[in-house]
Design a binder for this molecule. Structure first.
Ligand SMILES: Cc1cc2nc3c(=O)[nH]c(=O)nc-3n(C[C@H](O)[C@H](O)[C@H](O)COP(=O)(O)OP(=O)(O)OC[C@H]3O[C@@H](n4cnc5c(N)ncnc54)[C@H](O)[C@@H]3O)c2cc1C
Length: 502
């Protein structure tokens, strides 16, 4: 059976959106962050959207219920710490201000630049652009829940929960719809695939038998990501970032505290994949609790009586940086299909970029559809250009950072000489760039904009004021008192954990 999803109503457009003249029937595969953001933006452009999401669960009633009970086995990482960078906040503010408002009403908070400007900076004057510069503190399942409610409330969205997609319906390499798990097919003017990092999209395209196949590039992130969530006890408050920040990288391990919503927060470690001893130890909750109490920036987060854990220690491995290109040597591998989110491009979660990358892809797709309409070849090229220009620089940065870190971890592990370039880069960041951010309001903002993907990565490193300040700080590194230690040496860290489990 082939059906054509239709809806009868016209989209409610927010002021930032201008509806298209020729709305299309768009099938979205996957209702995770990428599918939701694309569905929201495209529905508000006036398109008719059907979302096919394999997970078959009712929408929870509250944010806490979403966290405690929502069955999101299709996105197992949804219960890991997520930072929602300023880039995605800005996309929501500009494209769906009501969704941002609802997020705040549901307990999200904002870490704006004026709130986290380092205490040693006297110049606290606001700057143009500060209105963009705020992180969203919210659990991933809360933002997903708010987005899901917003998407399903759109009159021109049909949500097909519990419906898995098995492949593409196509005329040669021209995609015309979907094949569903139940053997039926559906037609669509355009298919948007947002099936996440395990999406079999490459197999689906291979099945079309085209002469040109997608190109994939991938590299190891080099870490396992471990998180544990906590809830503040009645009457307790988590202080705002202190001078020590809320995390750090002490060479053999990186750690961070994440502010959540509704009196929750989480603590996360990035453990080198080759350090099996550390990984095994941290998975034990009592060892974890002892470990987090050795890390100075986490002192406010681990104060006696502050909070109680609400999850076990959850880990996520096999993390990669990966990009797939769907226009190869100038030829689209298929038309009528656009791949977004982790299915197209994924980065090491430690950098917190994934949801913002999904938001950028949704915006770019909206723009490309307005420009190219039903010109399917034009759309494929426009999306390829957008990915290369707007997304890949962030991917390339993650690849470079991870390659350097993996080299340093390897030498730490096997006692070999550290890679000179990787060591020099780390030294410049730790003893030049970061100290400069702590004393200069503009350097801090430039760094924070870069971290939050408001600027492309190269902007920071080519900013003359930033580089001059970083080199000056680096030149004086030996004149400064040694930076306070953020945590113990690895042996001591392991010993503390061993004692906690003895
Ligand atoms: C441990 C970890 C921590 C992270 N931390 C951050 C962070 O701090 N900040 C940040 O911005 N990003 C973070 N990310 C990245 C972010 O979670 C992803 O980039 C984001 O989830 C990608 O969204 P997506 O929609 O592409 O995939 P997902 O969110 O994985 O959603 C895919 C959806 O598609 C559905 N699906 C899959 N196949 C089918 C099918 N055949 N038919 C129907 N439905 C299907 C799945 O059920 C799922 O709902 C983190 C990732 C990990 C792994």
């Amino acid at each position: 059976m082939t059906t054509t999803p239709q809806s009868s109503t016209v989209a409610s457009a927010s002021p930032a959106n201008s509806p298209v003249a020729d709305p299309q029937n768009i099938a979205v595969v996957g209702g995770g962050m990428a599918g939701l953001l694309a569905a929201l933006v495209l529905a508000r452009d006036g398109h008719h959207i059907t979302v096919y999401e394999r997970d078959d669960t009712d929408v929870p009633a509250t944010a806490d219920e979403a966290f405690d009970k929502w069955d999101r086995r299709g996105a197992a990482h949804a219960r890991q710490s997520h930072a929602i960078l300023a880039r995605l906040r800005r996309i929501l503010r500009d494209r769906a201000p009501d969704v941002l408002e609802e997020l705040m009403a549901q307990g999200a908070t904002e870490l704006s630049v004026e709130r986290i400007l380092p205490p040693d900076i006297d110049d606290r004057e606001p700057r143009p652009g500060d209105e963009d510069l705020a992180l969203l503190c919210v659990r991933r399942l809360t933002i997903e829940w708010v987005l899901r409610k917003a998407v399903t409330a759109e009159p021109n969205v049909v949500w097909r929960g519990g419906v898995g997609v098995a492949g593409l319906l196509a005329d040669g390499t021209d995609v015309r719809g979907l094949r569903l798990d139940d053997g039926t097919t559906v037609e669509a003017d355009l298919v948007v695939v947002g099936g996440g990092r395990n999406s079999p999209i490459l197999d689906w395209i291979a099945e079309l038998g085209g002469a040109v196949q997608p190109v994939e590039e991938q590299s190891e992130a080099g870490i396992v990501y471990l998180s544990r969530f906590y809830r503040l006890r009645d009457g307790q408050e988590l202080p705002l970032l202190t001078k020590d920040g809320a995390g750090g990288d002490i060479g053999y391990i990186a750690f961070a505290g994440f502010y959540g919503d509704n009196n929750t927060f989480s603590i996360t470690f990035g453990v080198p994949t080759n350090d099996r001893e550390l990984l095994a130890a941290l998975r034990e909750p009592s060892a974890w609790e002892a470990a987090i109490r050795t890390l100075k920036p986490l002192d406010p987060w681990t104060a006696d009586g502050l909070a109680e854990p609400i999850t076990d220690v959850e880990s996520m491995a096999r993390l990669k940086n990966r990009v797939r290109r769907f226009v190869v040597d100038g030829t689209p591998v298929a038309t009528g299909v656009v791949v977004i989110g982790d299915a197209a491009l994924a980065t090491n979660p430690w950098y917190g970029k994934g949801c913002s990358l999904a938001g950028i892809a949704a915006e770019e797709l909206s723009r490309a559809l307005k420009q190219h309409g039903r010109d399917r070849v034009g759309l494929a090229h426009a999306m390829d250009t957008a990915v290369r220009e707007e997304l890949e620089p962030h991917y390339a940065m993650a690849v470079r950072q991870d390659a350097d870190r993996i080299k340093l971890h390897t030498s730490m592990h096997d006692g070999s000489e550290p890679d000179a370039m990787a060591a020099a880069t780390r030294d410049f960041v730790l003893n030049g760039l970061l100290p400069a951010t702590r004393v200069d309001a503009d350097v801090f903002r430039a760094f924070f904009r870069s971290f939050n993907m408001l600027d492309k990565p190269e902007v920071l490193m080519t900013d003359q004021k930033v580089m001059a300040a970083a080199f000056a700080a680096h030149a004086k590194k030996d004149e400064r008192p040694p930076a306070p230690k953020l945590g113990p040496e690895r042996d001591e860290f392991l010993a503390v954990m061993a004692a906690a489990t003895a």
